[in-house]
Design a protein around this ligand. Sequence first.
Ligand code: XMP
Length: 329
Amino acid sequence: EWKMKDVLEQEIKAIQEKVRLEDHVICALSGGVDSTVAATLVHKAIGDRLHCVFVDNGLLRYKERERVMETFERDLHLPVTCVDAAEQFLSQLKGVVDPEMKRKIIGKEFINIFDAFAHDLEQKFGKKPAYLVQGTLYPDVIESCPPPGTQSTHSHTIKSHHNVGGLPKNMKLKLIEPLKLLFKDEVRALGSILNVPEAFLKRHPFPGPGLAVRVLGDISQGNALDILRQVDEIFVQSIKDAGIYDKIWQAFAVFLPIRSVGVQGDQRTHSHVVALRAVTSQDGMTADWYNFEHNFLDDVARKICNSVRGVNRVVQDITSKPPSTIEWE
Ligand code: XMP
């Protein structure tokens, strides 16, 4: 802890020396640990010359927007603008089936919104923002530039594509990357000193493209997103209630683009199938499927079919990585 207090002081001093009094700084908050800790640190250094933006892309989990905005505003007092862009994203994604195409569309749309945010600030202050805060960690830096002679794997490509350099290159923003020399556990320790709530620091990772890669195929089929949110919330909340959330790297539900026959009440149904995925992992590069207790799974499956309209079958993913990836798309 004393070590992280030193790191914090040094970083704050470095930022104060670097950013001139007339400079404005922008930061995109994802709702994840890294961008939140980075923004909180920079805010401590330069106050409200920092301007954060959080984008509701319509692909967030159940009550996600309300939950993260509450942490940003009430717990951390971050100056943050919430942009409701759900319609924009969902209409662009309508009918798109290919996972990489989904990612491209989402990445592009995100940049458009970020550009508009920077432009608004320029109008307001009469000058362009000078710096961009990014929550880049030490492992991201290494993974994005693998040492010569080593091979870049699929996961490297995904991570470098989405986490590093995923923002406008033509904006000529200088970077502030206060976490660049830290590992994940050090970022958590730093976040703790900065009063980021403990529960927030322990949240499972969530992919940038959000629920778009957890509805297999077209995200606009039926009310897939809505069903997925309800199922995911029941599953994750049950995991928290059972006291096993911290043992798991990621746990989530996947909406499958198929229907199966069931019998509910005295009626035959032809409804949706959802899959549950939970894995343990050190770094996301490899993973083992998590073995729940029989009773836990039984309760969760019952709860889902009883309370989520349109679902009559729950299956569990029992593959590790490799050969599967953690996400289904
Ligand atoms: P996979 O599915 O490749 O995922 O085993 C490894 C880790 O990366 C996350 N992931 C993503 N994160 N944008 C992200 O920001 C993406 O497009 C993306 N795809 C996968 C995944 O949740 C897991 O933690």
